[in-house]
Ligand binder design. Structure first.
Ligand code: ADP
Ligand code: MG
Length: 726
């Protein structure tokens, strides 16, 4: 009997071994490998009346195939070009494929051998009097005597599978055909009532139709079912997590009148915004309950999330517990440590001369701390003398032991995964409260999928008195514009202000991490190690210029940041290490070099470093991107608004799914295949409701064993991903 978990080899057929080596080990793996798209046989074009720019699908025999190499001017590396001629029976079309890696070029050469039959789809262009498709989608078929014969074997709707050179889409199609005949049953993750309410086809039909559709209607119905399955499994896992949390008991942290929080509030140098007050109340109320808080705090760059977190931390310390603040970078951890210590003043000097009687201590724990400092910090953490512990992922290490960890705050969540949060919460005796903060607005669907176990609060307003920031796109080639930018920095410094200059690279030798970038960008990017001395000796001669980047030691980074914060450095030339959270209100100008190299959210974050005080800010996005390039559009969007929520929409529209979800959700075969967190908000929402309702009736998923198994598998794959991330 052949079941879902049976090895693919048992299916038989000549290609089973190849398919197994391709990574599809079991029948389940194979059948879940669904077509990327379909081509309708009737859409195959007869290249009779061609127009440039047409989208063309042709079927034919390769009559010539030749590989050539050329030199990429920018990377100074060898690149490959496969030139192919296809005979469609009535005419000839040239195909050109570009590759930048030897492995890919090899693969391409083998795949496109003379005599092979294939389908090729792409946009038509005209080059040297020939019609040509550049990098067309390709699907190869087994050899035949004639084009017409080969065409016979092609179904009306041709599934196009993600394939490789050793396993053609065709091989997959054959093995899948066999598997569908011999497989005995399909795992069914949907309760029958949910299936009916959603009007979905049964799971066996869905698999048959997705692989061997006879009509578009079948494709649509099949995809609808399989998509819903994915949403339902994810949501069942999250619903179970929420249910578990609801039944978890933890120490309520109710604080005390006249404690550190009250003293801190009394001396706050500003008024809390309405949002800070509201979210603050919400958080304090939750901390006082016997259930662990799990809250996501989204807030525009500069909206003052740190104060909200600090107040929560003080409440926990007032209740005899400890709070940990986890930051994504060393620079940010150091800054948090510095500002929190400064804001608390004598409240942070517990047990020291000049400290208040009930004061606490703020410890800093990062990976590159010296041995002595580390030992001291660890001691403070373990003994409980440090009520607040600020750190990077070094905090996650096994050896870090808290006395009574009551609250975990994670700053800038997008750099931390679910499992990392879990690692830290595992350090507490009773489950701690968790507050996650992010300035990158998270779309509702992603929040529901990835962060589905968190409640959300949002800080929309900025503290009043915040200055405007003007953003201008500066074309690097235009004469005089860049000089004018440096002049603006000199003027601002003359008024007592400070400036950032941001580069995409540390040193000029750094290899371009983006080999896919096209040739037209063949030029050197500005680098910190080159630009800083250049500016210091040239355009910014009279000013105090320092540089900052990730390869400096922790001490050196801390010193530079301190000098910049205290005003003894005028201009900081840096990489994106300052991207998140860095807070120097006196800085008023930012010049971003090679701005097209940065994403929308990243630019928004970077720009958030200025305009934090009352000084009008100026952000200059320097770029050499051509007038018609999409990069320029992106920069214009950033220049056009300071609304992070608006920009996140622009950003999402430009990014791919994987970037949105992060490695955890996208990297694995077992994760989302059909469901798109960008476009399937509807499905996700309905699945969430249905899963929650089902869990209330069937908390252990005993009524749907296949669902229980799928949820378990999803959980395991998340854990495995975490281990891989190290
Ligand atoms: P973010 O939300 O981006 O992390 P921060 O917490 O770093 O922002 O706050 C940005 C700056 O605003 C800090 O200098 C902070 O002291 C200040 N700030 C926070 N809340 C207020 C407020 N209510 N009024 C004035 N300034 C505030
Ligand atoms: Mg912050």
């Amino acid at each position: 009997m052949i079941s879902w978990d049976t090895k693919v080899a048992a299916v038989g057929g000549k290609d089973a071994k190849k398919v197994d080596r391709f990574g599809l080990r079991t029948v389940g793996d194979l059948l879940q490998h669904v077509p990327r798209r379909y081509i309708r046989k009737g859409d195959i074009d007869d290249p009779g009346s061609l127009r440039e720019g047409d989208h063309l699908t042709v079927f034919g025999c390769i009559v010539a195939s030749e590989q050539k190499t050329w030199q990429d001017k920018r990377t100074r590396r060898t690149a490959w070009r496969q030139e192919v001629v296809v005979d469609t029976g009535t005419s000839r079309v040239d195909l050109t494929f570009f590759d930048r890696q030897a492995g890919m070029a090899d693969w391409r050469r083998k795949k496109l051998e003379t005599g092979g039959y294939g389908l090729f789809a792409g946009q038509l262009s005209r080059w040297r009097d020939h019609w040509q498709l550049t990098n067309p989608d390709t699907q190869m078929y087994p050899p035949a005597d004639e084009v017409a014969d080969a065409m016979q074997g092609v179904p009306d709707l041709i599934p196009v599978y993600p394939a490789s050179s050793s396993v053609q889409s065709w091989d997959l199609q054959e093995t899948i055909k066999l598997a569908l005949v011999v497989v005995d049953g399909f795992p069914d993750v949907l309760p029958e009532d949910v299936r009916r309410a959603e009007d979905l086809v049964d799971v066996g039909t869905a698999y048959r139709w997705v692989h061997q559709p006879e009509s578009w209607a079948q494709v649509v119905a099949a995809r609808k079912r399989l998509k819903y399955d994915e949403a339902f499994v994810t949501q069942a896992l999250l619903a179970r997590r929420r249910a578990t949390l609801e039944h978890t008991v933890t120490s309520p942290r109710t604080g005390r009148a006249g404690g550190l929080l009250d003293q801190f509030d009394a001396r706050l140098p500003f008024e809390l915004t309405a949002g800070q007050r509201e979210v603050g109340e919400e958080v304090l109320a939750e901390l006082g309950q016997g259930r662990p808080m799990h809250r996501l705090l989204q807030g525009e760059v500069g909206s003052g999330k740190t104060v909200v977190a600090l107040r929560a931390m003080l409440r926990v310390v007032d209740s005899g517990g400890q709070a940990a603040l986890l930051a994504p970078t060393e620079v940010l951890a150091q800054q948090h440590h510095r500002t929190i210590t400064a804001m608390l003043g004598d409240l942070a000097r517990g047990g020291e001369l000049g400290g208040t009687a009930d004061g606490t201590r703020v410890a800093l724990l990062t990976g590159s701390l010296g041995a002595a400092a580390r030992k001291r910090a660890m001691l403070d953490v373990t003994s409980g003398e440090a009520g607040i512990v600020v750190g990077t992922h070094a905090l996650l290490e096994d050896r870090v032991d808290f006395s009574d960890l009551g609250l975990v705050v994670v700053d800038e969540q997008h750099r931390f995964g679910v499992e990392q949060r879990a690692a830290l919460t595992a350090k507490a005796g009773t489950p701690p409260h968790v507050l996650v903060m992010t300035a990158t607005p998270i779309p509702r669907t992603v929040a529901m999928t990835v962060f589905g176990d968190l409640d959300t609060s949002t800080l929309r307003e900025l503290p009043s008195g915040r200055a405007e920031v003007q953003t201008i796109v500066v074309p690097e080639q235009a004469p005089g514009w860049l000089d004018r930018a440096w002049q603006r920095i000199r003027e601002e410094v003359a008024r007592g202000r400070q400036a950032y200059v941001v580069c995409a690279r540390i040193s000029a030798e750094d290899t371009d991490p983006d080999p896919g970038a096209d040739e037209s960008e063949a030029r050197q990017l500005h680098a910190v190690e080159q630009l800083a001395p250049d500016l210091a000796a040239g355009a910014l001669q009279q000013l105090r210029v320092a540089s900052l980047h990730g390869r400096m030691s922790a001490d050196a980074k801390e010193r530079v940041m301190q000098d910049f914060a205290s005003g003894s450095v005028d201009v900081l030339v840096s990489t994106t290490v300052i991207e998140v959270g860095v807070d120097v209100p006196n800085a008023s100008v930012m010049v971003v070099m090679d701005a097209e190299r940065f994403g929308v959210s990243q630019l928004h974050q970077l720009r958030g470093r200025i305009g934090r005080g009352s000084h009008v800010g100026l952000c200059l996005l320097v770029t050499a991107a051509g007038a018609a390039s999409p990069s320029l559009e992106r920069l214009a969007a950033v220049a056009g608004t300071r609304d992070g929520f608006e920009l996140s929409r622009v950003d999402l529209a430009q990014r791919r799914e994987g970037d949105v979800l992060g490695k955890q959700q996208s990297g694995r075969r077992s994760s989302l295949r059909m469901l798109s967190v960008l476009t399937d908000e509807d499905v996700i929402g309905r699945a969430r409701e249905a899963a929650t309702a089902h869990l209330a009736r069937d908390p252990r998923l005993e009524q749907v064993p296949d669902l229980a198994a799928a949820v378990r598998a999803l959980e395991e794959s998340e854990r495995a991903d975490f281990l891989e991330m190290g």
